[in-house]
Design a protein around this ligand. Sequence first.
Ligand code: PLP
Length: 379
Amino acid sequence: MDELIYFDYAATSPVRPEAAAAMAEALGQFGNPSSRYGYGREAARRVKEGREIVAKALGCSPGEVYFTSCGTEGDNWALRRGVELNRRKGRHIVTTAVEHAAVLETCRDLERQGYEVTYLKPDKAGRITVDQVTEALRPDTALVSVMLVNNETGVLLPVAEAVKAVRAADRSVLFHTDAVQGFLKVPFPLCSTGADLITVSGHKIGAPKGIGALYVKKGVRLSPLLTGGGQEDGLRSGTEATGQIAAFAAAVSAAMADPGGPDRAAALKEYTLTQLKAALPRLEVISAGDVGHICAVTLPGYKSEVVVRVLGDKNICVSSGSACHKGKPSHVFAAMGLPKPWLDGALRLSFSPESTREQADALAAALREAAASLFTTLS
Ligand code: PLP
């Protein structure tokens, strides 16, 4: 098998060695944080430390961080309990058409329960404006959910500005942001956006899958999604995933110790786009992305699933969109109004600070070869 060349870091990332080591240690010390004896208290201490580290990265106090099993859980919790918290206000939700399925499918479920949802349409570049958000507000709007970084285009949405504008229009609306693709990738702490609820996930930043967190701003009296033993201050029952929490904290610390990481990913992305454009004259850039690690391109006339498979046979990993689409055309690119040949040929490339120019060169060569061979088969 060829060496793995991975350009799908927005789907998931390798576990950082620091995270794996912290997880192994925490798994060895297997106590239940709720147990009253010293061995349990030791596990509780690790969870407390992990919470402090994640809080520092988010720019909030530890008491505002609740560990979850993943970003999807955070989004579900924020939306389902957020609207419930504000139910006296009304049953209207504002979100965007470019959200991750974790938000969109939750909104669809809420629609089936009688909520009304306004899905803001992006422009051709995948952008949403603050005015669109405020113009969609109604007297019965209970919650606004706007993602921070789109997982398919890398576009940064104006969350801080939208929070400010929504607050100015109506102080009682709750604001949630899915910041799964922004956590430790944008040059500001997520809590500086002013959002009430912020979702993050570990496996996008070098922690293992199965851990995330929801920031709940002090004073926001969100009720739990999971009830039971009352862990996480009664807000998220379930025995704490001590190994994953330790790993998450170690991955966060490692990312914070390397503030130049996003810029290195951005430089490599720029290099890759230059190489791809030189190797494939038909390639078009859908979005160069505002954040360092994500961009989207297209090969009009080709089917991205086929290209992804051909590259995959060479152990080169790219995506035809969000990993959650499973071969369906991207709802994000469709909402941007891309012409069908662009939609069909769309590829998302996502980078890490450790991605190399040699890998980018190999991708460009393999993509050129794949395009040439597929063109012959198609014509
Ligand atoms: N939100 C965004 C923007 C994502 O990119 C993802 C994962 O791809 C999620 C939510 C879901 O996160 P998780 O895989 O941790 O459930």
